[in-house]
Write a protein that binds this ligand. Structure first.
Ligand code: GLC
Length: 482
């Protein structure tokens, strides 16, 4: 099958969060299973094309965003063996952008992107089997393809839409679309938000795709129940027979301590618990020296790799790490920060932790560093207020780092509390998004570390559980085919 995936992110060339990882992981698995995926993203200025393997082809076409013709192109490359196309316009609109999000004209940028992708598909007379759009940035793509397809050449295409987070719906106004020559009236009431007096791109995606997925079964259920629908409950109900949650996978060719070149010592579950724990200890020793904290292997080492935003339980993380001395632990937090207040708060926490010899905070995103953190830690904390899927808890499992998570969305689908009678128990869960509830789970986890036999068993079990793309990809394939 020929599958065109369209999104705003792609790991490793244009990654902000988990969306980029999904695009890469799912496409690689589709390719391994004999399909023909092609990922299209904008040619942002932040992409360094020198690092990409050029496939030499470039397709020119015309787009008409400002009432007159604008030349645009898709240049083809390969990344990790996957075919990708970068969309560029003659006026350099996407290349001039310094960041992927947050430039102030996001809506216009991505509407222009979606319309140009639709025009390119039609101009080059492509007839893919599937067009798979992701998140609000490309939600209008199915509707635009149908609108521009006067000769009904795409009548047989199957349109899939995946919502990675219902928090972001692409709220906008008519003029945002008109600025790039897309007239909201062409779509009737499709774009009208059901509750507010504005337009809503995700709503349009839900109603125009043939099938919509989100990124875990529990999150899908929370959306249907209205808890996480963010005003789209009635719309989701109206498409309930073509809506489901499919858990994301992890790309184990990249996130795997057995083959991880960022680690000083590699390890795998089949080597047994002793070897794994010894390797983790050595990784911790080197990391401690690198980041300038004392190496105290007798103290439990906790970690978090996150974006420091409300969704991720930023206050809970702050409070937990603040109490490192009281809990007699060490900790490391690697987090990207979008706002100055959070940055100040965590910078102060870093000073405190370092002065106590209890750990450090790094306010940035750095993937090679993240690999080392996963390998070095004993416990991994994910106190999300809501979480559509979450990838970090799955990576932590693979690295033998026991997760402590809030029981919500994809975290609830993947982490089973050790104190339940389940043969797949692999971590600790807490229910309420508050300090008391997190502390209770955290203290249970600390106690657990002092019981070597159970600890080793749970650690190895987590490392052996299969959260690869294999199963989820099969489900996507059957949705593409039905
Ligand atoms: C969004 C969600 C996260 C999910 C990711 C990939 O970032 O917040 O839970 O894992 O998308 O689907």
């Amino acid at each position: 099958m020929q599958i065109i995936q369209v999104a705003s992110e792609l790991t490793p060339i244009a990654k902000v969060g988990g969306l980029g990882d999904v695009l890469m992981g799912l496409s690689r698995e589709l390719e391994w299973k004999g399909h023909d995926p092609l990922v299209i993203i904008p040619f942002y200025g932040v992409i360094n094309a020198d690092q990409l393997k050029e496939d030499g082809r470039k397709e020119w076409f015309e787009t008409f965003p400002y009432g007159k013709s604008l030349k645009a192109s898709i240049s083809f490359y390969r990344v990790n063996g996957i075919r990708i196309g970068l969309l560029d316009t003659e006026d350099g609109y996407f290349r001039k952008r310094r960041t992927i999000y947050g430039d102030g004209d996001e809506i216009t940028c991505f509407i222009l992107f979606a319309r140009a992708v639709a025009e390119w598909i039609l101009a080059t007379q492509r007839s893919p089997d599937v067009i798979h759009a992701h998140d609000w940035q490309t939600a209008l793509l199915p509707a635009l393809c149908r609108l521009y397809d006067h000769e009904k050449r795409l009548a047989k295409v199957r349109y899939l839409f995946t919502v990675h987070n219902f928090e972001y719906q692409g709220f906008c106004h008519g003029h945002d679309l008109e600025r790039v020559g897309v007239h909201p009236d062409s779509f009737g009431t499709l774009l009208q938000d059901p509750e507010r007096s504005c337009l809503n791109l995700v709503k349009a995606g839900l109603l125009s795709a043939d099938y919509t997925t989100t990124v875990s079964p529990t999150y899908a259920h929370e959306v249907v129940e209205g808890i996480e629908a963010r005003g789209l409950k009635t719309i989701v109900h109206s498409i309930q027979d073509r809506f489901e949650g499919i858990l994301n996978g992890v790309d184990y060719s990249y996130w795997n301590p057995e083959v991880d070149h960022f680690l000083v010592e590699r390890y795998a579950a089949h080597q047994g618990a002793r070897v794994v724990l010894e390797a983790k200890r050595n990784n911790r020793e080197v990391l401690s020296h690198q980041i300038g904290i004392p190496f105290r292997p007798e103290k439990p080492f906790i970690a978090s790799v996150t974006r420091l935003v409300y969704q991720k339980g930023v206050d809970l993380l702050h409070n937990l790490f603040s109490r490192a001395e009281e809990f007699d632990i060490q900790g490391i937090l690697l987090g990207s920060v979008p706002d100055p207040r959070t940055e100040r708060l965590f910078a102060e926490l870093d000073t405190k932790l370092r002065s106590e010899g209890r750990g450090a905070i790094f306010l940035m995103s750095d993937e090679p560093f993240a690999h080392r953190v996963y390998a070095a830690a004993d416990l991994f904390v994910v106190p999300s207020i809501f979480e559509p899927c979450g990838l970090t808890q799955l990576i932590a499992l693979k690295y033998g780092t026991t997760p402590i998570v809030r029981h919500t969305g994809g975290l609830a689908d993947t982490i089973i509390d050790i104190d339940t009678p389940s043969a797949s128990a692999n971590g600790f869960c807490f229910d309420s998004p508050d300090d008391t509830s997190l502390n209770e789970a955290f203290c249970r986890a600390l106690k657990h570390l002092r019981e070597p036999v159970v600890r080793e068993e749970v650690m190895l079990r987590g490392m052996l559980q299969d959260f690869s793309w294999h199963k989820p990809c099969n489900r996507y394939i059957s949705l593409y085919q039905s």
